[in-house]
Design a protein around this ligand. Structure first.
Ligand code: G3H
Ligand code: ZN
Length: 284
């Protein structure tokens, strides 16, 4: 089928209390793994392509591989730019067939973030492309934040209300204390802020840094309006751990299919567990 609608998928999740997984892609095997599991679980799914992955794979390959996967799929597949950094990058992605984009202006002052995100929405909406925006700072685990710095990095609900109203985004990613990469300790999510943001914005919310968040926190976040959850690092680890084991065990292996195949199977297992946890299985 043609690419699915980002907005329709997220709004259904938002209304019915489940989240659609965004799983980042890095190559052909990743795309195959994610799309195969989505079909087996009868779940919509979002293929996330970061600017780094696009640079690595080549945007022509990203667009073509994702389109081939969607064409063969019986469930909606959405191709989404992850953490887009500029207006030019957004236009480039639209040219290569992306159906939704994230513009990440979270490192700019609020006014500039609003202006950039609004400009992206105005370019995208007439073309039927949906937009995700972000406010606050979703750091990496390398950022050791003090309590004050953590507070400063979290989204301010009143600013979120203004951001969503003035930009017209279709989905909103508030910084609530989640981080990219493996967590050092237990994640500490600001559910009180998430609830306020949900009440003030009324649109589907996005949780970044989905790797390593305990199941009960994921369910809690979904109950407070999160309808899209991004996962990348967990799949990277699953893939690499299996391949490392094979190399440790077998010093003679040279046929890439002998390790890329098991790597792909490991991603399938990891994605299947997330799709079931997020509640999107059976929702396609
Ligand atoms: O945008 C991508 C995600 O937020 C992935 O986060 O690598 O911690 O799973 P993660
Ligand atoms: Zn992210």
């Amino acid at each position: 089928m043609p690419f699915g609608s980002f907005k329709a998928a997220l709004e259904d999740g938002f209304k019915n209390g489940y989240a659609v997984g965004q799983f980042n892609i890095n190559n052909l095997e990743w795309t195959q793994a994610i799309v195969e599991v989505a079909n087996e679980e009868n779940s919509p799914v979002i293929l996330g392509a970061s600017e780094g992955a696009i640079k690595y794979m080549g945007i022509e390959y990203v667009g073509a591989i994702a389109k081939a996967a969607a064409d063969m799929s019986k469930v909606p597949i959405i191709l989404h730019l992850d953490h887009g950094s500029s207006y030019d990058m957004i236009l480039k992605c639209i040219r290569y067939g992306f159906t939704s984009v994230m513009i990440d202006g979270s490192h700019y002052p609020l006014e500039e973030n609003i202006a950039l995100t609004k400009k992206v929405v105005e370019a995208c909406h007439p073309l039927g492309i949906h937009v995700e925006g972000e406010l606050g700072r979703i750091g990496g685990v390398e950022d050791d934040l003090t309590v004050d710095a953590r507070e400063a990095a979290l989204v301010r609900p009143e600013e979120a209300e203004r951001f969503v109203k003035e930009t017209g985004v279709d989905a909103f990613a508030p910084a609530i204390g989640s981080q990219h990469g493996h967590y050092k300790g237990k994640p500490n999510l600001a559910f009180d802020r998430l609830e306020k943001v949900r009440d003030l914005t009324g649109i589907p919310l996005v949780l970044h840094g989905g790797t390593g968040i305990p199941d009960e926190d994921i369910r809690h976040a979904i109950s407070l309006g999160v309808a899209k959850i991004n996962v990348n690092t967990e799949n990277q680890s699953a893939f690499t751990n299996v391949i490392r084991e094979i190399f440790d065990r077998d010093k003679e292996v040279y046929d890439p299919r002998k390790y890329l195949g098991p790597g792909r199977a490991a991603i399938k297992d990891a994605v299947r567990a997330k799709i079931r946890l997020f509640g999107s299985a059976g929702r396609a």
